[in-house]
Ligand binder design. Structure first.
Ligand SMILES: Nc1ncnc2c1ncn2[C@@H]1O[C@H](COP(=O)(O)OP(=O)(O)O)[C@@H](O)[C@H]1O
Ligand SMILES: [Mg+2]
Length: 256
């Protein structure tokens, strides 16, 4: 099975505190895992567990203090690698320029990599992909609802046809109905474009919608990992230490 990402013994720490008392805070400690093609990986953990730190490392926005991250077989983040690993975060508002029209937002990413022959058609295709109404394309992004903004952010990333798409709590701010709609759309897009997802969430229900493998992060450490081919539901049943139960809403376990 092709390994898209290989993370080996990665740790990350930050300085916390003020001028008078600085403390070293370990956000990630000795993390190892791999992402295999077409095996979506869920990263489950409570607030502050280190999930977004891991996302930033995978995107090459930060370098790990120690350890190795190999993306598509290399440790070097060249532009082609960056194009092929995209992310969508929780708060689309902060990632969209409020002065840009929806069309400009949609094409923002892809314009860094290619010259578009017909930008009107390209933006229409992208809008259709995420079911954004075409008459919205000239409206400024600030006027859209949270769900519409998230759709724009999704289409902007997908325009690049990345091999890996990271969803970092990307659906957390949406109501359940909208979550289900966007989950369905993302799964369709995944099939069409052959992307592999990393789904970061504190909510196992979201992870179960997408993933075949899972790691659980707790205070910067991996405390649980699925074995290859074990299946997610068996792994959860194997969880003797109760990590899932502690992190997730206990009600969920009635399903298993
Ligand atoms: N740039 C930073 N500077 C200082 N501390 C940070 C920084 N980024 C993250 N942290 C700390 O690292 C820990 C993990 O944060 P984060 O990765 O955002 O967790 P999560 O996404 O799981 O909620 C938290 O205690 C957070 O305060
Ligand atoms: Mg986070």
């Amino acid at each position: 099975m092709q390994e898209l990402i290989k993370v080996q013994n990665v740790s990350q720490c930050y300085q916390k505190g003020n001028f008078f008392s600085k403390k070293k805070h370990t956000a990630l400690e000795n993390i190892s895992f791999s992402l295999k093609k077409d095996r979506n990986l869920g990263i489950l953990g409570k607030n502050g567990a280190g999930k977004s730190t891991l996302a930033r490392l995978l995107l090459g926005l930060e370098k790990p203090k120690t350890g190795r991250i190999e993306i598509f077989g290399t440790e070097h983040y060249n532009p082609l690698i960056k194009k092929n690993i995209q992310a969508i975060f929780q708060d689309p508002q902060s990632s969209l320029n409020p002065r840009f029209s929806a069309k400009e937002c949609l094409l923002e990413g892809i314009r860094n990599f290619e010259t578009l022959k017909d930008s009107n058609q390209a933006s229409k295709n992208l809008a259709q992909m995420v079911r954004l109404r075409l008459e919205y394309l000239d409206k400024r992004s600030a006027f859209f609802s949270g769900g519409e903004q998230q759709r724009i952010a999704i289409a902007r990333s997908i325009a690049l046809k990345p091999k890996v798409l990271i969803l970092d709590e990307a659906l957390s701010n949406l109501d359940t109905h909208l979550q289900m709609q966007i989950i369905t759309e993302l799964r369709e897009l995944q099939k069409k474009l052959g992307m592999t997802f990393i789904v970061i969430s504190h909510d196992i229900r979201i992870i179960l919608q997408f993933c075949q493998e899972i790691i659980v992060l707790h205070q910067g450490k991996i405390v649980f990992k699925t074995d290859i081919e074990e299946g997610l539901q068996n792994a959860i049943l194997r969880d003797k230490n109760g990590f899932f139960k502690e992190i997730c809403n206990a009600n969920l376990f009635h399903q298993f």
